[in-house]
Design a protein around this ligand. Structure first.
Ligand code: DX5
Ligand code: ZN
Length: 219
């Protein structure tokens, strides 16, 4: 079980301080949301943020959630910036391109993750499973932090876990969107092992207290 805090909704002007507080509370991976204003109707960070992050926190993993339909421009840029994992949306490109970029990540020793939006069939995981290290199931429609967890995600997590158990039981399922004390427990019981949480950690008072609470819930 792992918590990957999303820094999207952390105060951007004191990001370094906020990240430090989370690492002091035991966090070993951050979820960095990249939004291109086209695949999703919002903008966030660029590769500079990731290279600054890796310079300051070299031992901490940068998980790049790429919400963009321009992989050609962005995947190499984030790999160069030091991404440890890159998460590609199934909906953002055709299957030929997806195969190409998953191969690219594998050959650059960057962990490859396939992301599915809430309305994408779980069955698409089957053909990409040999090329991925992790699956990310969106539990909200991507674009903004602070949204409500979609309850229909529960059966999707179960379905994905069942499918992956047949193909490769080692591939973990991560969930992203609306994760709090209550929904983390629900997602965990359904088969999730990695929990992205933004607002719950960074917009609720003490960062370390929120991390400790979530750790208790998912352990
Ligand atoms: C949504 C992003 C999420 C988001 C999570 O598009 O992918 O990572 O920042 O934020 P919360 O936990 O507030 O839903
Ligand atoms: Zn995300």
């Amino acid at each position: 079980m792992l918590i990957a805090p999303s820094i999207l909704n952390a105060d951007n002007l004191s990001l370094g301080e906020k990240i430090k507080k989370a690492t002091d509370a035991g966090i070993t991976r951050f979820h960095i949301d990249i939004m291109d204003g086209h695949f999703v109707p919002n903008l966030s960070f660029g590769p500079e943020l990731v290279s600054d992050f890796k310079r300051e926190f070299p031992m901490i993993d940068a998980e790049i959630h790429l919400m963009s339909d321009n992989p050609k421009l962005l995947v190499p840029a984030f790999v160069k910036a030091g991404a440890d994992l890159v998460e590609l949306h199934y909906e953002a490109m055709d299957e030929g391109k997806l195969n190409y970029w998953l191969d690219y990540l594998n050959s650059n020793s960057v962990k490859a993750v396939l992301v599915l939006n809430p309305d994408t069939p779980i069955s698409v995981l089957e053909k990409f499973a040999p090329k991925i290290n992790q699956v990310l199931l969106m539990t909200v429609y991507p674009g903004f932090g602070g949204q409500k967890f979609l309850q229909e995600s529960v059966s999707r997590i179960k379905e994905a876990r069942q499918l992956l158990d047949q193909i490769n039981p080692k591939i973990p399922i991560e969930v992203d969107g609306g994760i709090d004390g209550e929904t983390a427990k629900i997602a965990k019981d359904a088969g999730a092992e990695i929990f992205v949480a933004g607002s719950y950690i960074f917009r609720n008072g003490s960062i370390s207290e929120q991390i400790n609470k979530l750790n208790e819930i998912i352990k």
